[in-house]
Design a protein around this ligand. Structure first.
Ligand code: GLU
Length: 456
Protein backbone atom coordinates (compact mmCIF):
# COMPACT_ATOMS: atom_id res chain seq x y z
CA UNK A 1 0.00 0.00 0.00
CA UNK A 2 1.23 3.51 -0.79
CA UNK A 3 2.78 5.24 2.24
CA UNK A 4 0.35 8.18 2.06
CA UNK A 5 -2.69 5.89 2.11
CA UNK A 6 -1.23 3.92 5.04
CA UNK A 7 -0.62 7.17 6.97
CA UNK A 8 -4.17 8.28 6.34
CA UNK A 9 -5.60 5.02 7.68
CA UNK A 10 -3.45 5.34 10.79
CA UNK A 11 -4.51 8.96 11.28
CA UNK A 12 -8.15 7.96 10.94
CA UNK A 13 -7.80 5.17 13.51
CA UNK A 14 -5.99 7.44 15.93
CA UNK A 15 -8.62 10.16 15.56
CA UNK A 16 -11.38 7.61 16.12
CA UNK A 17 -9.66 6.51 19.35
CA UNK A 18 -9.42 10.13 20.56
CA UNK A 19 -13.08 10.65 19.73
CA UNK A 20 -14.08 7.50 21.66
CA UNK A 21 -12.30 8.88 24.72
CA UNK A 22 -14.22 12.15 24.31
CA UNK A 23 -17.49 10.20 24.14
CA UNK A 24 -16.59 8.19 27.24
CA UNK A 25 -15.46 11.22 29.23
CA UNK A 26 -18.38 13.44 28.21
CA UNK A 27 -21.40 11.13 28.16
CA UNK A 28 -24.78 12.69 27.29
CA UNK A 29 -23.10 15.82 25.91
CA UNK A 30 -24.35 15.52 22.34
CA UNK A 31 -23.60 19.10 21.25
CA UNK A 32 -20.04 18.95 22.56
CA UNK A 33 -19.47 15.57 20.91
CA UNK A 34 -20.88 16.91 17.62
CA UNK A 35 -18.52 19.90 17.60
CA UNK A 36 -15.52 17.69 18.43
CA UNK A 37 -16.45 15.13 15.78
CA UNK A 38 -16.62 17.76 13.05
CA UNK A 39 -13.19 19.16 13.89
CA UNK A 40 -11.45 15.82 14.42
CA UNK A 41 -12.72 14.37 11.15
CA UNK A 42 -11.35 17.31 9.18
CA UNK A 43 -7.93 16.86 10.76
CA UNK A 44 -7.23 13.44 9.18
CA UNK A 45 -5.01 14.87 6.39
CA UNK A 46 -3.12 17.05 8.90
CA UNK A 47 -2.40 14.16 11.26
CA UNK A 48 -1.43 11.94 8.31
CA UNK A 49 1.10 14.51 7.12
CA UNK A 50 2.52 15.74 10.45
CA UNK A 51 3.24 13.05 13.08
CA UNK A 52 4.34 15.76 15.55
CA UNK A 53 0.75 16.55 16.54
CA UNK A 54 0.22 12.93 17.58
CA UNK A 55 3.61 12.67 19.30
CA UNK A 56 2.87 15.82 21.33
CA UNK A 57 -0.63 14.64 22.32
CA UNK A 58 -2.17 17.75 20.79
CA UNK A 59 -5.56 16.21 20.04
CA UNK A 60 -5.89 14.68 23.51
CA UNK A 61 -5.08 18.07 25.03
CA UNK A 62 -7.10 20.27 22.68
CA UNK A 63 -10.39 18.43 23.35
CA UNK A 64 -10.05 18.83 27.12
CA UNK A 65 -10.92 22.31 28.48
CA UNK A 66 -8.19 23.87 30.59
CA UNK A 67 -10.87 24.59 33.17
CA UNK A 68 -14.67 24.49 33.59
CA UNK A 69 -16.20 26.47 36.44
CA UNK A 70 -19.84 26.02 37.47
CA UNK A 71 -21.42 28.08 40.18
CA UNK A 72 -24.65 28.92 41.98
CA UNK A 73 -26.39 32.16 40.99
CA UNK A 74 -28.97 33.11 43.63
CA UNK A 75 -31.22 36.15 43.11
CA UNK A 76 -34.59 37.48 44.28
CA UNK A 77 -37.40 38.04 41.78
CA UNK A 78 -39.94 40.90 41.78
CA UNK A 79 -42.32 38.86 43.96
CA UNK A 80 -39.62 38.47 46.61
CA UNK A 81 -39.09 34.78 45.80
CA UNK A 82 -35.54 33.41 45.95
CA UNK A 83 -34.46 31.88 42.63
CA UNK A 84 -31.36 29.86 41.82
CA UNK A 85 -29.73 29.43 38.42
CA UNK A 86 -26.54 27.70 37.39
CA UNK A 87 -23.62 29.73 36.03
CA UNK A 88 -20.79 28.42 33.81
CA UNK A 89 -17.47 29.56 32.45
CA UNK A 90 -15.31 27.29 30.35
CA UNK A 91 -11.70 28.37 29.82
CA UNK A 92 -10.96 26.13 26.90
CA UNK A 93 -7.62 27.07 25.45
CA UNK A 94 -5.14 29.87 26.17
CA UNK A 95 -2.35 28.89 23.76
CA UNK A 96 -2.57 32.00 21.58
CA UNK A 97 -4.08 34.54 23.97
CA UNK A 98 -6.33 35.09 27.00
CA UNK A 99 -9.61 33.15 27.01
CA UNK A 100 -12.18 35.03 24.93
CA UNK A 101 -15.81 34.31 24.21
CA UNK A 102 -19.35 35.31 24.99
CA UNK A 103 -21.90 34.61 27.70
CA UNK A 104 -25.22 32.96 26.82
CA UNK A 105 -28.32 33.35 29.01
CA UNK A 106 -30.86 30.78 27.82
CA UNK A 107 -32.81 27.97 29.55
CA UNK A 108 -31.08 25.37 27.33
CA UNK A 109 -27.62 26.23 28.68
CA UNK A 110 -25.78 23.30 30.26
CA UNK A 111 -22.21 21.96 30.31
CA UNK A 112 -22.54 20.41 26.85
CA UNK A 113 -23.69 23.65 25.22
CA UNK A 114 -21.02 25.73 26.95
CA UNK A 115 -18.27 23.25 26.06
CA UNK A 116 -19.30 23.01 22.42
CA UNK A 117 -19.31 26.79 22.19
CA UNK A 118 -15.96 27.11 23.96
CA UNK A 119 -14.40 24.46 21.74
CA UNK A 120 -15.67 26.15 18.55
CA UNK A 121 -14.53 29.50 19.89
CA UNK A 122 -10.93 28.28 20.19
CA UNK A 123 -10.68 27.62 16.44
CA UNK A 124 -12.80 30.62 15.44
CA UNK A 125 -10.66 32.99 17.46
CA UNK A 126 -7.51 31.52 15.95
CA UNK A 127 -8.94 32.07 12.45
CA UNK A 128 -9.45 35.78 13.13
CA UNK A 129 -5.67 36.23 13.27
CA UNK A 130 -6.08 38.09 16.57
CA UNK A 131 -4.26 37.02 19.77
CA UNK A 132 -7.24 35.49 21.60
CA UNK A 133 -7.76 32.06 23.15
CA UNK A 134 -11.08 30.26 23.52
CA UNK A 135 -13.66 30.57 26.30
CA UNK A 136 -17.41 30.70 26.78
CA UNK A 137 -19.91 30.98 29.59
CA UNK A 138 -23.46 31.65 30.57
CA UNK A 139 -26.40 30.47 32.57
CA UNK A 140 -29.68 28.59 32.25
CA UNK A 141 -31.39 31.86 33.30
CA UNK A 142 -34.25 32.77 30.94
CA UNK A 143 -34.25 36.54 30.28
CA UNK A 144 -37.58 36.32 28.47
CA UNK A 145 -40.42 38.03 30.36
CA UNK A 146 -38.09 39.24 33.15
CA UNK A 147 -38.31 42.82 34.32
CA UNK A 148 -35.37 45.14 33.89
CA UNK A 149 -34.74 45.04 37.66
CA UNK A 150 -34.75 41.23 37.65
CA UNK A 151 -32.24 41.20 34.80
CA UNK A 152 -30.02 43.57 36.78
CA UNK A 153 -30.23 41.58 40.02
CA UNK A 154 -29.52 38.29 38.27
CA UNK A 155 -26.66 39.77 36.25
CA UNK A 156 -25.03 41.33 39.33
CA UNK A 157 -25.21 38.04 41.21
CA UNK A 158 -23.75 36.22 38.19
CA UNK A 159 -20.84 38.67 37.96
CA UNK A 160 -20.15 38.56 41.71
CA UNK A 161 -18.98 34.97 41.24
CA UNK A 162 -17.65 35.26 37.66
CA UNK A 163 -15.39 38.17 38.64
CA UNK A 164 -13.12 35.73 40.49
CA UNK A 165 -12.10 34.06 37.25
CA UNK A 166 -11.88 36.86 34.65
CA UNK A 167 -9.71 39.89 33.91
CA UNK A 168 -8.46 41.95 30.94
CA UNK A 169 -5.38 39.69 30.55
CA UNK A 170 -6.99 36.45 31.74
CA UNK A 171 -10.46 35.93 30.35
CA UNK A 172 -12.66 38.43 28.54
CA UNK A 173 -16.38 37.62 28.23
CA UNK A 174 -18.83 39.33 25.85
CA UNK A 175 -22.40 38.74 24.70
CA UNK A 176 -24.13 35.82 23.01
CA UNK A 177 -27.80 34.72 22.96
CA UNK A 178 -29.69 36.60 25.72
CA UNK A 179 -26.75 38.88 26.54
CA UNK A 180 -26.72 42.23 24.73
CA UNK A 181 -25.76 45.81 25.48
CA UNK A 182 -28.01 46.11 28.53
CA UNK A 183 -26.62 42.97 30.20
CA UNK A 184 -23.01 43.87 29.37
CA UNK A 185 -23.61 47.27 31.01
CA UNK A 186 -24.84 45.69 34.26
CA UNK A 187 -22.05 43.09 34.19
CA UNK A 188 -19.43 45.79 33.73
CA UNK A 189 -20.88 47.96 36.48
CA UNK A 190 -20.77 45.11 38.97
CA UNK A 191 -17.24 44.05 37.95
CA UNK A 192 -16.00 47.64 38.32
CA UNK A 193 -17.59 47.91 41.74
CA UNK A 194 -15.99 44.66 42.95
CA UNK A 195 -12.54 45.47 41.56
CA UNK A 196 -12.57 49.15 42.42
CA UNK A 197 -10.98 49.95 39.07
CA UNK A 198 -12.17 50.82 35.56
CA UNK A 199 -10.60 47.87 33.74
CA UNK A 200 -12.35 48.52 30.42
CA UNK A 201 -10.75 45.52 28.68
CA UNK A 202 -12.44 42.93 30.91
CA UNK A 203 -15.59 42.75 28.77
CA UNK A 204 -16.32 43.51 25.13
CA UNK A 205 -19.53 44.61 23.48
CA UNK A 206 -19.63 47.52 25.93
CA UNK A 207 -21.55 50.72 25.25
CA UNK A 208 -19.50 53.31 23.39
CA UNK A 209 -19.92 55.70 26.35
CA UNK A 210 -17.66 53.54 28.51
CA UNK A 211 -15.07 51.89 26.28
CA UNK A 212 -17.07 49.97 23.69
CA UNK A 213 -16.02 49.89 20.04
CA UNK A 214 -18.01 51.35 17.21
CA UNK A 215 -19.17 48.62 14.79
CA UNK A 216 -19.03 45.86 17.46
CA UNK A 217 -22.84 45.62 17.47
CA UNK A 218 -22.93 45.25 13.69
CA UNK A 219 -19.84 43.05 13.42
CA UNK A 220 -21.19 39.48 13.49
CA UNK A 221 -24.02 40.11 11.01
CA UNK A 222 -21.94 42.33 8.72
CA UNK A 223 -19.02 39.92 8.90
CA UNK A 224 -21.21 36.98 7.93
CA UNK A 225 -22.43 38.84 4.84
CA UNK A 226 -18.87 39.92 3.95
CA UNK A 227 -17.80 36.29 4.16
CA UNK A 228 -20.65 35.02 1.98
CA UNK A 229 -19.93 37.83 -0.48
CA UNK A 230 -16.36 36.48 -0.83
CA UNK A 231 -17.70 32.98 -1.53
CA UNK A 232 -20.14 34.35 -4.11
CA UNK A 233 -17.59 36.64 -5.77
CA UNK A 234 -15.26 33.68 -6.37
CA UNK A 235 -18.05 32.22 -8.55
CA UNK A 236 -18.89 35.50 -10.25
CA UNK A 237 -22.03 35.92 -8.12
CA UNK A 238 -23.16 38.50 -5.55
CA UNK A 239 -25.97 39.63 -3.23
CA UNK A 240 -27.35 42.08 -5.80
CA UNK A 241 -30.82 40.95 -6.92
CA UNK A 242 -30.81 37.79 -4.79
CA UNK A 243 -33.50 36.51 -2.42
CA UNK A 244 -32.26 35.88 1.11
CA UNK A 245 -33.72 34.10 4.13
CA UNK A 246 -32.26 34.98 7.53
CA UNK A 247 -33.35 33.02 10.61
CA UNK A 248 -33.41 34.74 13.99
CA UNK A 249 -34.11 38.36 14.85
CA UNK A 250 -31.41 39.01 17.41
CA UNK A 251 -28.24 40.98 17.06
CA UNK A 252 -26.63 38.73 14.43
CA UNK A 253 -29.76 38.44 12.26
CA UNK A 254 -30.62 42.16 12.34
CA UNK A 255 -27.23 43.25 10.99
CA UNK A 256 -27.05 40.40 8.49
CA UNK A 257 -30.40 41.61 7.11
CA UNK A 258 -29.16 45.21 7.05
CA UNK A 259 -25.90 44.45 5.21
CA UNK A 260 -27.50 42.00 2.75
CA UNK A 261 -30.10 44.67 1.89
CA UNK A 262 -27.36 47.31 1.52
CA UNK A 263 -25.67 45.01 -1.01
CA UNK A 264 -28.89 44.87 -3.07
CA UNK A 265 -30.52 41.66 -1.81
CA UNK A 266 -34.16 41.21 -0.87
CA UNK A 267 -34.46 39.59 2.55
CA UNK A 268 -37.87 37.94 2.69
CA UNK A 269 -37.97 36.15 6.06
CA UNK A 270 -36.74 36.14 9.64
CA UNK A 271 -37.84 34.45 12.87
CA UNK A 272 -37.81 34.18 16.65
CA UNK A 273 -38.07 31.16 18.91
CA UNK A 274 -41.87 30.98 18.43
CA UNK A 275 -42.17 31.23 14.65
CA UNK A 276 -41.22 33.04 11.44
CA UNK A 277 -42.48 35.83 9.22
CA UNK A 278 -42.43 35.78 5.43
CA UNK A 279 -42.68 39.14 3.70
CA UNK A 280 -42.31 38.68 -0.08
CA UNK A 281 -41.90 42.46 -0.48
CA UNK A 282 -38.80 42.42 1.64
CA UNK A 283 -38.57 42.62 5.43
CA UNK A 284 -39.18 46.05 6.99
CA UNK A 285 -36.09 46.01 9.20
CA UNK A 286 -37.04 49.14 11.15
CA UNK A 287 -40.24 47.39 12.26
CA UNK A 288 -38.36 44.22 13.29
CA UNK A 289 -35.87 46.29 15.27
CA UNK A 290 -38.61 48.22 17.03
CA UNK A 291 -40.37 44.98 18.02
CA UNK A 292 -37.28 43.07 19.14
CA UNK A 293 -34.86 45.72 20.40
CA UNK A 294 -37.19 48.28 21.96
CA UNK A 295 -40.55 46.72 22.69
CA UNK A 296 -39.07 43.21 23.32
CA UNK A 297 -42.14 41.60 21.75
CA UNK A 298 -42.71 38.49 19.60
CA UNK A 299 -42.03 38.59 15.85
CA UNK A 300 -45.67 37.45 15.26
CA UNK A 301 -46.77 41.05 15.84
CA UNK A 302 -44.98 42.14 12.63
CA UNK A 303 -47.90 40.96 10.48
CA UNK A 304 -50.38 43.22 12.30
CA UNK A 305 -49.21 46.27 10.36
CA UNK A 306 -47.64 44.54 7.32
CA UNK A 307 -50.59 43.20 5.29
CA UNK A 308 -48.43 41.44 2.66
CA UNK A 309 -46.64 39.38 5.28
CA UNK A 310 -47.55 36.02 6.84
CA UNK A 311 -46.61 34.42 10.16
CA UNK A 312 -46.17 30.70 10.86
CA UNK A 313 -45.64 28.98 14.20
CA UNK A 314 -42.48 26.90 14.56
CA UNK A 315 -38.97 27.58 13.40
CA UNK A 316 -37.95 24.95 10.85
CA UNK A 317 -40.60 25.97 8.27
CA UNK A 318 -38.55 29.05 7.41
CA UNK A 319 -36.23 26.82 5.35
CA UNK A 320 -39.10 25.89 3.01
CA UNK A 321 -39.13 29.45 1.63
CA UNK A 322 -37.29 29.45 -1.71
CA UNK A 323 -34.11 31.56 -1.61
CA UNK A 324 -30.72 32.03 -3.26
CA UNK A 325 -28.88 32.60 0.00
CA UNK A 326 -29.69 31.23 3.47
CA UNK A 327 -28.19 32.80 6.57
CA UNK A 328 -29.02 30.77 9.69
CA UNK A 329 -28.52 33.31 12.49
CA UNK A 330 -30.67 31.82 15.28
CA UNK A 331 -29.14 28.87 17.17
CA UNK A 332 -27.44 25.46 17.07
CA UNK A 333 -28.85 22.63 14.94
CA UNK A 334 -31.63 24.76 13.42
CA UNK A 335 -31.00 23.23 9.96
CA UNK A 336 -31.33 19.45 9.94
CA UNK A 337 -30.95 17.06 7.01
CA UNK A 338 -34.54 17.54 5.80
CA UNK A 339 -34.31 21.34 5.94
CA UNK A 340 -31.01 21.20 4.03
CA UNK A 341 -32.55 18.97 1.36
CA UNK A 342 -35.46 21.38 1.00
CA UNK A 343 -33.14 24.36 0.61
CA UNK A 344 -31.15 22.49 -2.06
CA UNK A 345 -34.33 21.43 -3.87
CA UNK A 346 -35.45 25.07 -3.92
CA UNK A 347 -32.16 26.14 -5.51
CA UNK A 348 -30.13 27.66 -2.65
CA UNK A 349 -26.70 28.74 -3.91
CA UNK A 350 -24.98 29.76 -0.69
CA UNK A 351 -25.34 29.20 3.05
CA UNK A 352 -23.52 31.38 5.59
CA UNK A 353 -23.71 30.36 9.23
CA UNK A 354 -24.25 33.44 11.41
CA UNK A 355 -25.19 31.37 14.49
CA UNK A 356 -22.88 28.86 16.16
CA UNK A 357 -23.24 25.33 14.68
CA UNK A 358 -26.69 25.98 13.14
CA UNK A 359 -26.38 23.04 10.71
CA UNK A 360 -26.26 19.42 11.85
CA UNK A 361 -23.42 17.24 10.54
CA UNK A 362 -25.92 15.57 8.16
CA UNK A 363 -27.15 18.94 6.86
CA UNK A 364 -23.56 20.04 6.14
CA UNK A 365 -23.04 16.84 4.18
CA UNK A 366 -26.16 17.59 2.09
CA UNK A 367 -24.89 21.09 1.24
CA UNK A 368 -21.38 19.91 0.36
CA UNK A 369 -22.64 17.02 -1.78
CA UNK A 370 -24.94 19.38 -3.69
CA UNK A 371 -22.12 21.84 -4.36
CA UNK A 372 -23.75 24.64 -2.34
CA UNK A 373 -21.27 27.32 -1.25
CA UNK A 374 -21.08 26.69 2.48
CA UNK A 375 -19.54 29.14 4.97
CA UNK A 376 -19.15 27.32 8.31
CA UNK A 377 -19.87 29.18 11.54
CA UNK A 378 -16.37 29.41 12.90
CA UNK A 379 -15.34 31.27 9.75
CA UNK A 380 -18.54 33.07 8.74
CA UNK A 381 -19.52 34.35 12.19
CA UNK A 382 -16.03 35.21 13.41
CA UNK A 383 -16.59 38.92 12.73
CA UNK A 384 -18.12 39.53 16.16
CA UNK A 385 -15.25 38.19 18.16
CA UNK A 386 -12.76 39.72 15.73
CA UNK A 387 -14.12 43.18 16.50
CA UNK A 388 -14.14 42.24 20.18
CA UNK A 389 -10.37 41.82 19.83
CA UNK A 390 -10.24 45.25 18.17
CA UNK A 391 -12.22 46.62 21.13
CA UNK A 392 -9.59 45.13 23.48
CA UNK A 393 -6.84 46.77 21.41
CA UNK A 394 -8.58 50.16 21.67
CA UNK A 395 -9.05 49.70 25.43
CA UNK A 396 -5.37 48.84 25.93
CA UNK A 397 -4.24 51.96 24.11
CA UNK A 398 -7.11 54.15 25.42
CA UNK A 399 -8.20 55.01 21.90
CA UNK A 400 -11.54 55.02 20.11
CA UNK A 401 -11.41 54.37 16.38
CA UNK A 402 -13.91 55.69 13.81
CA UNK A 403 -16.72 53.39 12.62
CA UNK A 404 -15.24 53.31 9.11
CA UNK A 405 -11.85 52.21 10.42
CA UNK A 406 -13.28 49.31 12.46
CA UNK A 407 -15.60 48.27 9.62
CA UNK A 408 -12.71 48.30 7.12
CA UNK A 409 -10.58 46.17 9.47
CA UNK A 410 -13.52 43.77 9.94
CA UNK A 411 -13.90 43.48 6.17
CA UNK A 412 -10.18 42.77 5.80
CA UNK A 413 -10.31 40.11 8.55
CA UNK A 414 -13.28 38.33 6.93
CA UNK A 415 -11.46 38.36 3.60
CA UNK A 416 -8.36 36.81 5.07
CA UNK A 417 -10.37 34.18 6.98
CA UNK A 418 -11.94 33.24 3.65
CA UNK A 419 -8.59 33.12 1.84
CA UNK A 420 -6.84 31.15 4.60
CA UNK A 421 -9.70 28.62 4.68
CA UNK A 422 -9.66 28.21 0.89
CA UNK A 423 -5.89 27.76 0.95
CA UNK A 424 -5.87 25.21 3.78
CA UNK A 425 -8.65 23.20 2.09
CA UNK A 426 -6.63 23.09 -1.10
CA UNK A 427 -3.33 22.27 0.57
CA UNK A 428 -4.84 19.34 2.47
CA UNK A 429 -6.69 17.81 -0.47
CA UNK A 430 -10.26 19.11 -0.09
CA UNK A 431 -10.48 22.03 -2.54
CA UNK A 432 -13.57 24.19 -2.05
CA UNK A 433 -14.50 22.56 1.27
CA UNK A 434 -14.46 25.47 3.72
CA UNK A 435 -15.52 23.28 6.65
CA UNK A 436 -12.28 21.36 6.38
CA UNK A 437 -10.32 24.48 5.41
CA UNK A 438 -11.50 26.59 8.36
CA UNK A 439 -10.99 23.76 10.84
CA UNK A 440 -7.45 23.09 9.63
CA UNK A 441 -6.42 26.75 9.41
CA UNK A 442 -7.81 27.39 12.92
CA UNK A 443 -6.22 24.25 14.34
CA UNK A 444 -2.67 24.70 13.00
CA UNK A 445 -2.04 27.98 14.79
CA UNK A 446 -3.33 26.75 18.14
CA UNK A 447 -1.52 23.39 17.83
CA UNK A 448 1.82 24.97 16.93
CA UNK A 449 1.54 27.46 19.79
CA UNK A 450 0.80 24.55 22.16
CA UNK A 451 3.87 22.68 20.95
CA UNK A 452 6.04 25.79 21.40
CA UNK A 453 4.84 26.14 25.01
CA UNK A 454 5.50 22.53 26.04
CA UNK A 455 3.20 20.09 27.77
CA UNK A 456 1.06 22.41 29.91
N1 GLU B 1 -20.64 35.25 21.18
C1 GLU B 1 -19.90 35.65 20.02
C2 GLU B 1 -19.33 34.44 19.33
O1 GLU B 1 -19.93 33.40 19.34
C3 GLU B 1 -18.90 36.75 20.30
C4 GLU B 1 -17.89 36.45 21.34
C5 GLU B 1 -17.01 37.65 21.72
O2 GLU B 1 -17.14 38.72 21.16
O3 GLU B 1 -16.17 37.43 22.60
O4 GLU B 1 -18.29 34.47 18.72
Amino acid sequence: MAVAAEQEIQAREYIQAVFETVQRRNPNESEFQQAVKEILESLVPVLAKHPKYREQGILERIVEPERLVTFRVPWVDDQGIVRVNRGFRVQFNSAIGPYKGGLRFHPSVNASIIKFLGFEQTFKNSLTGQPIGGGKGGSDFDPKDKSDREIMRFTQSFMTELSKYIGPDTDIPAGDIGVGGREIGYLFGQYKRIRGAHEAGVLTGKGTLYGGSLARTEATGYGCVYFVDEMLAAKGLGFEGSTVVVSGSGNVAIYAVEKAAQLGAKVVACSDSNGYIHDPNGIDLAAVRRLKEQERKRIAEYVLDHPGATYQEGCSGIWSIPCDIALPCATQNEIDEDAAKLLVKNGVKAVGEGANMPSTLQAIEVFLQAGVLFGPAKAANAGGVAVSALEMAQNSTRQAWEFEEVDARLHGIMRSIYQNSVQAAEEYGHPGNLVVGANIAGFLKVADAMIAQGVV
